[in-house]
Design a protein around this ligand. Structure first.
Ligand SMILES: Cc1cc2nc3c(=O)[nH]c(=O)nc-3n(C[C@H](O)[C@H](O)[C@H](O)COP(=O)(O)OP(=O)(O)OC[C@H]3O[C@@H](n4cnc5c(N)ncnc54)[C@H](O)[C@@H]3O)c2cc1C
Length: 552
């Protein structure tokens, strides 16, 4: 983050140099002094400063300048930096104009030229103005800024992507003054949102996830064409494989479609993972694992979707959605599962605008003091209920069955029972939703009597089970009827090896029907859907990959 700016503008080069020199002498170690010779030039500099996310503390403008006088400049500058302190430099003859400016541009001070000695006439004024500016919230350092509409699904997707990838950002509404100012500086208008201003001051209009990842310092391009091990999917299984693969000397790259952490990254609190007696949030666990993988030398690519797998002799080729590809000796499929969508009428159009799949923790502060509806009876729904209960006035947990006992861990049921503002509604299903800009009401059906009731609701979080998205593997590896990847003994029927299997050995335990391609975690048929088992399988495949490579 660059030092805040003190900007001086004067059309007389000698005076301009003198002001900048005096200011730099006293404040140059803490502030960047920017000098301009006209109002227009100064405004151009201010627009660039705004886009870079830097701050302007003080504006010093000469009153008498051709084209745009000092008051006109300060008025225009206020639109970009309303909290910057404003000083007009005037000659004695212009003091009346300066006094008028106090009203027009809310002038903080006017300085009579010449101001020598600066120790007496300039610095005391600037000291107090800088002190006042430093106390404003705008003086806090900035990061990536996202400007969007409150109820906009694309704006939510961008915030969710940044949050899940642990990129700090500031969220600004397009119809609030600072959001509007940034849009103006970027030459954009409210119809262009979401607009992202990166740390280097570039404005990205409606960026794709790949663009966003690239511009926010997340790695998106592989450094090599060929690897020992390519891991597809950055959840616990994939991160486990990347840590063990890289730490055991394999050239390893992990490719993640959205954000490392996978489903676990969305968990508000994982309490049953070994070694964390007080629980750990999914994003913390993902962050640690990510850093651990990087430390051992694994490459992590984000916002890259693998859409094809082919065998070319002993080489395994993986194709990305942009047509590029990478090759490897071995592959780990760790693509997990994705949430099933609620099919009730009206909900699809409201996704990201009140209806969310997964915990969408970025939305939690917005639910403060409101009624939140959660659908699902398993642990993920239970964790979300506990988490949202800290923010919401009341959390309604809608469960299809008679109670939580069949599908939720005992420790979570006990927690939920102890929290006053969680209400469990058994035999309840969401059968409809309505809203114009945002979810406004839900239709809930009691599945015993078929009775329906309509409730006012702005927030619905859905956790109704998940399915593997493995269509892209359809003709490449054997899958079960639900799309889970078959491995090891599950591939053999009546003692016969899988069709097309060419090696004189049985598939290894986590190996798929294509030799050298393994599956780990939730995507594997009959896997245990837990963080610990996914991490364990991630570690195990690396040892099997070594065996495979040794036999090649
Ligand atoms: C909210 C929630 C709470 C949970 N709480 C717990 C808990 O407390 N304890 C516990 O043990 N378990 C918990 N689970 C279950 C646990 O998170 C999962 O079992 C675990 O995350 C599975 O890990 P995985 O790596 O196999 O798959 P996932 O976590 O599903 O990760 C798969 C990753 O692969 C990526 N991907 C998919 N397809 C592609 C592709 N084609 N190209 C590139 N990338 C791709 C996805 O974007 C995703 O990041 C919870 C799950 C949820 C949803």
């Amino acid at each position: 983050m660059a030092n805040p700016v003190i900007l001086t503008v004067d059309d007389d080069p000698a005076v301009s140099r003198a002001v900048a020199r005096d200011v730099r002498r006293r404040y140059g170690d803490r502030y960047r002094v920017v000098r301009a010779s006209s109002g227009e030039e100064a405004l151009t500099a201010l627009r660039e400063i705004k886009l870079r996310g830097d701050q302007v503390a003080v504006l010093l403008a000469d009153y008498r300048m051709p084209q745009m006088n000092g008051i006109e400049f300060l008025e225009a500058a206020m639109d970009l930096f309303p909290t910057a302190r404003r000083v007009l430099l005037t000659a004695y003859a212009d003091t009346n104009a300066a006094i008028d400016a106090i009203n027009v541009v809310d002038l903080d001070h006017y300085l009579l030229k010449p101001w020598h000695p600066p120790e007496e006439k300039l610095y005391p004024v600037l000291d107090s103005l800088l002190e006042a500016w430093a106390a404003t919230p705008e003086a806090a350092p900035d990061e990536v800024r996202v400007i969007g509409h409150r109820w906009s699904a694309p704006s939510f997707e961008i915030r969710d992507f940044l949050a899940r990838n642990l990129v700090p950002y500031r969220w600004l509404l397009a119809d609030e003054p600072e959001g509007g100012r940034l849009l103006t500086a970027a030459g954009a208008d409210p119809a262009d949102v979401p607009v992202v201003i990166t740390v280097d001051g570039s404005a990205l209009v409606k960026p794709t996830e790949a663009e966003l990842a690239d511009r926010c310092g997340l790695s998106t391009t592989p450094a090599a064409d060929f690897y020992d091990l390519v891991v597809v999917g950055g959840g616990p299984a994939g991160l486990g494989a990347a840590v063990y693969g890289a730490s055991e000397g394999l050239r390893t790259v992990l490719v993640e479609r959205q954000a490392t952490g996978g489903q676990a990254g969305q968990s508000s609190r994982i309490e049953n993972y070994l070694g964390f007696p007080d629980g750990v949030s999914g994003s913390q666990l993902a962050d640690r694992a990510r850093r651990q993988a990087l430390k051992f030398g694994a490459e992590l690519l984000t916002a890259r979707d693998v859409i094809g797998l082919e065998a070319a002799g002993a080489t395994r080729l993986l194709r990305f959605s942009d047509g590029s590809s990478i090759a490897a000796h071995t592959v780990v499929l760790a693509t997990g599962v994705s949430y099933r969508q609620l099919s009730a009428p009206g909900l699809a159009d409201l996704t990201g605008r009140g209806v969310f799949y997964g915990s969408a923790s970025t939305e939690a502060p917005n639910c403060a003091g409101q009624e939140v509806y959660i659908v699902g009876g398993a642990n993920s729904a239970g964790q979300a209920a506990v988490y949202f209960a800290r923010h919401a006035r009341r959390v309604h947990l809608l469960v299809r069955g008679p109670d939580l006992h069949r599908s939720m861990s005992h420790y979570l049921i006990e927690q939920i029972e102890r929290i006053d503002n969680i209400e469990v509604h058994p035999h309840s299903e969401v059968v409809g939703g309505e809203g114009t800009d945002h979810l406004e009401q839900l239709v809930i059906c009691d599945n015993r009597a078929g009775q329906q009731r309509t409730v006012k609701a702005s927030w619905l979080f859905v956790f109704i089970g998940a399915e593997p998205r493995t269509d892209w593997l359809a003709d490449v590896v054997a899958r079960d009827a639900r799309g889970y990847v078959l491995t090891g003994l599950d591939l053999s029927s009546d003692g016969r090896r899988p069709a097309g299997w060419s090696l004189p050995r049985d598939p290894y335990p986590l190996e798929s029907s294509l030799p050298g391609v393994f599956a780990a975690g939730d995507v594997r048929a009959d896997s245990i859907k837990r963080v610990a088992s996914a991490v364990g399988e991630g570690a195990m495949v690396v040892s099997l990959a070594h065996q495979y490579l040794a036999a090649q």
